[in-house]
Ligand binder design. Structure first.
Ligand code: GLN
Length: 522
């Protein structure tokens, strides 16, 4: 049962094969068994029992059921949850209990979803490793798969420190899904934070069009780029949850006014009339040979299926990292100003003066990545720097967005790119360099979609020679999620990637997983 998709689980609940409480208790015991992965900051056990019992009642009494009735979900700990601690992985918000639910959280609850817990992340979503949380790093569940253990690189002194990162910053959510502790999880995506960990953990990761899903209650990182993301076991599940979340929210003036029509994806998908673009600039330095190989094999696969595959140019891609850096840190500097030790969150004991309290609170409450971004951002926003950095970066952002508009105008429907440079790095390798440098390198394929506001989805494409998942990314036109997810589902069907949770059993503490097909075996 735990190896099924959300849709199958929902159908089993409706057929009465098991009750929501039985399903949720299984997930809870999985959370306990895999607690060493550190995916959850808070496990909401009381809420699980309460919400599952309410769902049991609805099923028993034949009451109208929600789309996600009785389905276990997890939520990244930067979404506000009423009466449940919401920390952003930071000392600054440790102990903070929001008085309201983020709109997306409320929408999940309104459809009967059961909250298993709040997931771990890089502090305030800043990072690409899920290694920078005051609650400790998240471990990638694939580090414990038989394939990985057999192919250990011996890079680590002892077996216990031989594990790979999840990617980030939604690494807790990706792990929660990948390890089978819930069916779907919310992440956030500002520069790749949903797609990067999804790719490293072998799950689907969808970043919707900016404005399609409400950000109300998502504690902001970069307001002009943040989007709630969906981590799911398969593309169909991501589409189902998108249908639940999407649409106008009076609390978020950047959401669309047009009604969103939820959709189900057909099983037979025809790609013959599609034009797929391969951006030539995405042959970035550091791209692994394996990723390059699955990328080009997938282009061949699409071509053989009758799609038109063309090389395209997104000429401003090379400015994206630096442009993102300026815009991100500028917005971070102003967003983080609210954390001053007065209204909520951490407050320092140093209270000689208001100034001293402010600065000590912020020094104690934020890690050095966050403080570094605040400093850079304030520098870019100084009167004498504003034009030269902030305004210029906004202009470059427009050029990056226009690159996509031009490519789509030329007749291309979807872009196919890698999601990450390669497979997940071992933790001890990753932390040799700081998360700032890593983030800048790791997000090269994902950031542009945030700057352009367009939708993108990563789909597992196979395992690397080290036995770790590799994902590929499809990027679509604004508000064309239906078309984007159709192509993603078509690809998923060709690959038949076997998520970690499917068919697994614990054998001598290792997760044994039957892996079927991948691009490399096609
Ligand atoms: N890695 C990027 C950063 O650190 C993106 C993070 C995100 O999408 N939340 O800013």
């Amino acid at each position: 049962m735990l190896g099924t998709s959300l849709r199958e689980a929902a159908a089993a609940l409706r057929r009465g094969h098991l009750s929501p409480t039985e399903l949720c208790l299984k997930c809870l015991s999985f959370i306990r068994e895999t607690s060493f992965l550190n995916a959850y900051i808070t496990v909401t056990e009381d809420i699980v029992l309460k919400q599952a019992a309410e769902a049991d009642k609805r099923f028993k009494e034949g009451k109208p059921l929600g789309e996600l009735d009785g389905i276990p979900v997890a939520i990244k700990d930067n979404f506000s949850t009423a009466n449940i601690e919401t920390t952003c992985g930071s000392r600054m918000l440790k102990g903070y209990i929001p008085p309201y639910n983020a709109t997306v959280v409320q929408k999940l609850f309104d459809q009967g979803a059961v909250l298993m817990g709040k997931t771990n992340l890089d502090e305030f979503g800043m990072g690409s490793g899920s290694t920078d949380s005051i609650f400790g790093p998240v471990r990638n569940p694939w580090s414990y798969s038989k394939q990985y253990r057999e192919k250990r690189t011996e890079c680590c002194p002892d077996e216990d420190s031989d594990w790979v990162i999840t990617g980030g910053s939604s690494g807790g959510s990706a792990t929660a899904v990948s390890a089978g502790t819930c069916y779907v999880a919310l992440g956030s995506d500002t520069g790749g934070s949903t797609r990067n960990p999804a790719s490293h953990c072998g799950t689907v990761g969808l970043k919707p069009t900016y404005g399609l899903v409400s950000r109300h209650g998502l504690i902001p990182l970069v307001n002009s780029m943040d989007v709630p993301g969906i981590l799911a076991r398969c593309v169909d599940d991501a589409a189902t949850v998108l249908g639940v979340l999407a649409g106008h929210d009076p609390q978020d003036s950047t959401t669309i006014l047009d009604p969103f029509q939820p959709f189900t994806l057909p099983d037979a998908i025809d790609v013959t009339n599609l034009c797929i673009g391969i951006p030539k600039e995405y042959h970035a330095p550091g791209l692994s040979a394996e990723t390059l190989s699955i990328w080009s094999k997938t282009a061949d696969l699409l071509e053989n299926a009758g799609a038109k595959v063309v090389e395209v140019s997104l000429p401003h891609t090379r400015y994206s990292i630096v442009c993102y850096h300026v815009l991100c840190t500028a917005e971070v500097a102003s967003n983080m100003a609210r954390f001053d030790g007065l209204e909520y969150g951490h407050r320092s004991d140093i209270q000689e003066s208001t100034e001293a309290m402010y600065s000590a609170t912020r020094r104690e409450g934020f890690n050095d990545v966050v403080r570094g971004r605040i400093l850079s951002g304030n520098f870019f926003l100084l009167k004498q720097n504003y034009e030269q950095y902030f305004v210029k970066a906004q202009k470059v952002r427009r050029l990056i967005a226009d690159d996509f508009v031009n490519v789509f105008r030329s007749g291309v429907d979807i872009l196919l790119t890698p999601t990450t440079l390669g497979d997940a790095a071992p933790y001890i390798e990753f932390i040799k360099e700081d998360n700032r440098t890593r983030s800048a390198q790791e997000d090269v394929f994902t950031q542009c979609a945030n700057m352009a506001g367009i939708p993108a989805v990563t789909v597992p494409a196979g395992l690397s020679s080290r036995g770790l998942p590799l994902g590929l990314q499809f990027i679509g036109q604004a508000f064309h999620e239906h078309q984007l997810l159709m192509v993603a589902k078509w690809f998923e069907k060709q690959i038949d990637f076997c998520p970690l949770v499917f068919d697994r059993t614990l054998e001598n503490g290792h997760i044994v997983q039957r892996h079927s097909k991948s691009v490399s075996s096609l």
